[in-house]
Design a protein around this ligand. Structure first.
Ligand code: NAD
Length: 356
């Protein structure tokens, strides 16, 4: 089915308010989830709502929290997300760090103990809107591992994303590299399972370590695993995400001595930088423009071309989906409706919102 952006926003925000969020929180979370769908990242969009409702019911997601500044020493800021909706915790922690970076030019901000913060590019875009460069390393805890390390047959990491965001120039759009360190995000495997389609070659192994295209192996016992992107290089990045985001934030790593309630807790390590503290704005703009022009100026490969810059696929998806609506596969929609019904928001009420 295809739902217009405005209608989807209405359903999601009303559902979040029913689930105990303030109007403000519902708006922040809704905006994040719907925008993730608009950018084409359905894995981090409204399909996360059943997980959120389940974690709310279990008391491991707490509505209406604001991040607590646990340590503040000039350019180092450490926040605790208090198990609140990650979209609010990370947005507000970024707001604090951005205000500081405008004074100090450089901030290292950590956020621990936050419920799922979603699409990390959102926080890169927040930095870009303030004219800053941002670098984010993230880990996922309170959750069994889903990604096998290169050379191993059993999962030892989650999908530990990395994001680098660089403001655009008058000629060149912003660069937002935002990627899981697994070959595909777990949510993309969930979407493939719900659609009944195979996952790409080289992205998943079964419980014995054999390659498979069947996404179901990730959601059954004995459990298969996602594979790292870039073989051992992806495993290396996932490992440093654990140490930077998990250990240095104080939120913990995926090692099994830490809690695993089956929740989705994110820890984030963020560096914010004011670029003109290093080089002139005009010099940086010229270098970015010439570099991007050079990188794109190559005859396209038949299968993968033409060359795109990180962030361009998301911009193209926004342009298309904000016009044509957001496609949701039937089983994802059914799971959302079931989650809504679990908090007393009936199918009839949802249909009423969609029709209005
Ligand atoms: P992806 O593979 O679709 O894209 C990764 C990056 O590559 C993006 O910056 C994109 O712009 C760029 N890209 C895509 N196609 C390209 C092309 N043809 N040429 C050049 N660049 C291209 O993304 P992913 O790795 O599947 O991650 C999906 C989302 O999942 C991200 O937003 C990430 O933050 C999120 N995520 C979140 C968590 C969490 O715990 N909160 C965990 C894992 C992933």
């Amino acid at each position: 089915m295809i739902i217009a952006e405005a209608n989807l926003r209405q359903v999601v925000s009303q559902m979040l308010v029913r689930a105990g969020s303030s109007a403000y929180e519902a708006e922040v979370v809704t905006d994040h989830l719907v925008r993730a769908n608009l950018t084409g990242h359905d894995s981090h969009g409204v399909g996360m709502l059943p997980t959120y409702m389940r974690n709310l019911n279990r008391g491991i997601l707490k509505p209406n929290q604001h991040p607590e500044l646990a340590k503040d020493s000039g350019s180092i800021m450490m926040y605790d997300g208090l198990e609140g909706y990650g979209q609010v915790q990370a947005k507000e922690a970024m707001q604090g760090a951005i205000a500081r970076a405008k004074e100090t030019s450089l901030v290292l901000m950590t956020l621990r103990n936050s419920h799922h913060i979603g699409r990390i590019g959102t926080y890169g875009e927040q930095a870009i809107a303030a004219g800053l460069i941002s670098i984010h390393f993230v880990n996922v805890v309170d959750h069994g591992p889903t990604v096998a390390p290169y050379g191993g047959t059993k999962a030892r990491f989650v999908t530990n994303p990395v994001c680098v965001a660089i403001p655009g120039t008058a000629k060149t759009g912003a660069i937002v590299l935002d990627m899981a360190t697994s070959k595909i995000a777990l949510g993309k495997a969930r979407v493939a399972k719900n659609k009944g389609v195979p996952v790409p070659d080289g992205s998943v192994i079964d419980a014995e370590g054999y390659p498979t295209n069947n996404p179901n192996v990730l959601f059954e016992e004995p459990q298969g695993s996602l594979l790292p992107f870039g073989d051992y290089k992806g495993t290396g990045l996932a490992l440093v995400c654990e140490i930077l985001a998990g250990a240095l934030s104080g939120g913990g790593t995926i090692q099994p001595g830490n809690k695993r309630r089956g929740g989705t807790t994110n820890n984030m390590f963020t560096v914010l930088l004011k670029p003109d503290a290093l080089v002139d704005h005009s010099y940086l703009s010229h270098e970015i423009d010439e570099l991007v022009r050079y990188v794109k100026d190559t005859p396209p490969q038949a299968e993968t071309g033409p060359v795109k810059i990180a962030g361009e696929p998301e911009k193209a998806a926004i342009a298309e989906r904000s016009q044509e609506g957001i496609p949701l596969e039937q089983s994802t929609w059914e799971q959302i409706v079931e989650a809504a019904e679990s908090i007393g928001f009936s199918q009839a009420e949802i249909n009423h919102v969609l029709a209005s």
